[in-house]
Design a protein around this ligand. Structure first.
Ligand SMILES: NC(=O)c1ccc[n+]([C@@H]2O[C@H](COP(=O)([O-])OP(=O)(O)OC[C@H]3O[C@@H](n4cnc5c(N)ncnc54)[C@H](OP(=O)(O)O)[C@@H]3O)[C@@H](O)[C@H]2O)c1
Length: 266
């Protein structure tokens, strides 16, 4: 399967390149960065410390994904509109791993009528399973307060994490609550006890933490905690490749990691 990686010079991009090189069934045919990237024109593999791969880093997403069967985007939200436009123009399936993408729902919906798009703010397979557990716990433990704690490295630019927001949404929907209205990412501006039905999210940013999420279900006399800790970005990279294989050749539509988990034979 021929793969193009957008955001190939970043932390995730380097792990994705390594994962593609390690996979015998995948071939890297494109590697993208911003138009002002210091790495433009360099060999993507050499830039990632993997040795030459014969794929130069490019700044034009359409050129980067021209020879690919699937595009994988782990760049920044500012890059996503142009990457999505290129996918539409070329009809390339897209695994969108970039988080913090705001206001693009309509465009994604329109594009998904023409090509398969997987929106995956967390491509770890274990997190996809965690989401299922959260749904079950939220529905089964009615009356227990749901709170989420997430921790990431100091370089992460969006907060709360896309994963924390997805988990909060899943918990809210499992209880028939308005997902957007339930989230409390900041309790400092309001005095008063915990609002019933609210779902708090606390964000830590420190050091090199790759990504951790704890979902608490706290009752009167007990609490359940569902915890995921990623200690290497390869967890997200390998999951993204499982998703890319799953997405290739699929019918147009908007997919999530839960779809991949249900049908993956990994
Ligand atoms: N889905 C998941 O499981 C998962 C896991 C971890 C992270 N993420 C998300 O993945 C994204 C990347 O994370 P990261 O830690 O790898 O970030 P990063 O190290 O800052 O890398 C960002 C990448 O995007 C490129 N880029 C920046 N601006 C661009 C633009 N305007 N057009 C095209 N490319 C651009 C950068 O290239 P140059 O700087 O070289 O130009 C670089 O390759 C973030 O949104 C992060 O939250 C998702």
């Amino acid at each position: 399967l021929r793969i193009a990686i957008l955001g190939a010079t970043g932390r995730m991009g380097k792990s994705l390149l390594r994962a593609v090189v390690e996979a015998e069934d995948l071939e890297l045919v494109g590697a993208g960065a911003s138009r002002s990237s210091a790495a433009l024109g360099k060999d993507a593999g050499e830039h990632a410390g993997l040795g030459a791969l014969g794929v130069p880093i490019g700044g034009d997403p359409a050129m980067v994904m021209a020879g690919a069967e699937v595009a994988i985007d782990f760049s920044l939200p500012t890059a996503t509109p142009a990457n999505l436009a290129a996918c539409r123009a070329l009809r390339r399936p897209l695994v969108l791993g970039t988080t913090g993408v705001i206001g693009l729902e309509a465009e994604l919906g329109v594009a998904a009528k023409e090509l398969p798009i997987l929106v995956a703010p967390n491509t770890s397979l274990a997190v996809a399973l965690l989401a299922r557990f959260v749904k079950e716990a939220a529905a089964g433990l009615q009356g227990y307060d749901v709170e989420i704690l997430e921790a990431h490295h100091r370089g992460k630019i969006d907060a709360p994490s896309g994963t924390a927001l997805v988990l909060a949404r899943i918990a809210a929907l499992a209880r028939g609550l308005d997902a957007e209205g339930a989230v409390r990412a900041d309790r400092t501006t309001r005095r008063g006890p915990r609002e019933p039905g609210s779902i708090g999210i606390q964000s830590l940013r420190a050091g090199s933490i790759v990504g951790e999420h704890s979902v608490l279900f706290a009752g009167e006399h007990e609490r359940l905690e569902l915890v995921h800790r990623a200690f290497d970005r390869m967890a997200f990279a390998r999951g993204a490749l499982v998703a890319a294989r799953w997405l290739a050749g699929r019918a147009p539509g908007l997919y999530v990691m839960d779809d991949v988990l249900g049908k993956s034979r990994r």
